[in-house]
Design a protein around this ligand. Structure first.
Ligand SMILES: *Cc1c(COP(=O)(O)O)cnc(C)c1O
Length: 357
């Protein structure tokens, strides 16, 4: 088979999605399945739908368009603010988008009216992580201006923590979110159907608290795909962490000194080679590199240790000389997965992951 390649075990993804849908469902929280880390793969999206997920989210309109083209049936939400240059595509292909800027909301309104559509808007509220979000003190004024716009429907509020500042969702910030939801509802005499409390980093809070408050939706990517929560990268109980494998092929395997010789300065990617302090090792080269993935985010198979990586070479220590052509399987973390999925060398044709099982 072709190498390098990214393999996905679809039953593992379905298992993870189903388990999270059930656990959170008992707490009144629905799951929006986030497909951005698999670049809107329809094979993965179909598993999410089979697992009982009714709503899919992606940060790129291209991915949502690909899901629609593939015939995936679900509510589609653009979970990054639309670009002004893409509002027409957004109202055409996404049911809902996340928003934080009045200029964009106005453009969405005009585009929706022109297309004869009603576009759903979720307003994102800043709760301290300092990525996207309207400051809580500005929210009321924002909503007042937005609800006057034709072609738009304010379907809810959302918040996002842990992505930029690493701020952990806890009782205090989540209670604040519920308070904000209640305040907007009573001020404008409306009911917000979607109260989207966060990403995979919010699972611990949601399953541990006895006060989920108004939160009725979480947007989950990493936890479903990799079975881990992002704040500490701990495996989530009962979930599969091995749904993805990055498979590379050995192109050199020799006994070599553990240390480079000659005068040492910067290497291609800024860091000097590291290795055992002395002696000789079996050094093996796998034909994968920075161009294909984030080598620092790969977990090697047993008996293999990653030493270094450049554009197209992954240098590893192995216990013995491996036959040329041997395939080695690595488990990607989130960063490695994201880069692998978007690498044209690993996923030819863009979104067709190699499906196994
Ligand atoms: C990426 C993203 C998610 C999903 O995050 P995971 O940690 O992969 O679950 C949710 N919400 C927003 C706004 C995102 O950008």
């Amino acid at each position: 088979m072709n190498a390098p390649r990214l393999e996905v075990d679809l039953p593992a993804i379905r298992h993870n999605a189903r388990l999270l849908v059930n656990r959170l469902g008992r707490r009144g929280i629905a799951v929006t399945g986030v497909t951005k880390a698999v670049r809107g793969s329809s094979a993965v999206a179909r598993e999410l739908v089979r697992a009982g997920i009714r709503s899919l989210g992606d940060s790129r309109i291209e991915n949502i368009e690909a899901l629609r083209d593939a015939g995936v049936v679900a509510r589609m939400t653009l979970i990054r603010s639309p670009m002004l240059s893409q509002v027409d595509r957004v109202v055409t292909h996404a049911d809902t988008s996340f928003n934080t800027e009045q200029d964009i909301v106005s453009a969405l309104s005009a585009a929706a009216v022109a297309r004869g559509r009603v576009h759903g808007v979720v307003l994102m509220v800043e709760l301290g992580d300092l990525r996207e979000g309207i400051m809580p003190e500005d929210l009321e004024q924002f909503v007042a201006a937005m609800v006057r716009l034709p072609g738009l429907n304010l379907v809810g509020l959302g918040t996002n923590l842990a992505c930029r500042g690493g701020v952990v969702p806890d009782e205090a910030n989540m209670a604040e979110f519920t308070r904000i939801v209640g305040a907007i509802e009573s001020r404008f005499d409306l009911t917000l159907g979607v109260v989207s409390g966060g990403n995979s980093a919010t699972i611990d809070w949601a399953l541990g608290t006895n006060r989920v408050g108004r939160v009725n939706d979480l947007r989950l990517g990493e936890s479903i795909l990799l079975g881990r929560e992002p704040s500490h990268r701990r495996p989530i109980e009962g979930l599969r962490t091995d749904a993805f494998a990055l498979v590379g092929e050995v192109i050199e395997s020799k006994v070599k000194p553990g240390q480079p010789w000659g005068q040492v300065a910067e290497s291609a990617f800024g860091t000097a080679a590291s290795g055992p302090t002395s002696g000789r090792i079996v050094q093996t080269i796998v034909a994968i590199g920075e161009q294909d993935t984030d080598p620092a985010g790969l977990v090697p198979p047993a008996g293999v240790r990653i030493l270094a990586a450049s554009s197209d070479h992954l240098v590893v220590a192995t216990e013995q000389i491996l036959p040329i052509g041997t395939e080695l399987r690595f488990e990607p973390n989130y960063a490695a997965l994201l880069r692998a999925v978007t690498s044209s060398s690993l996923v030819p044709g863009g979104r067709n992951l190699y499906v196994c099982a």
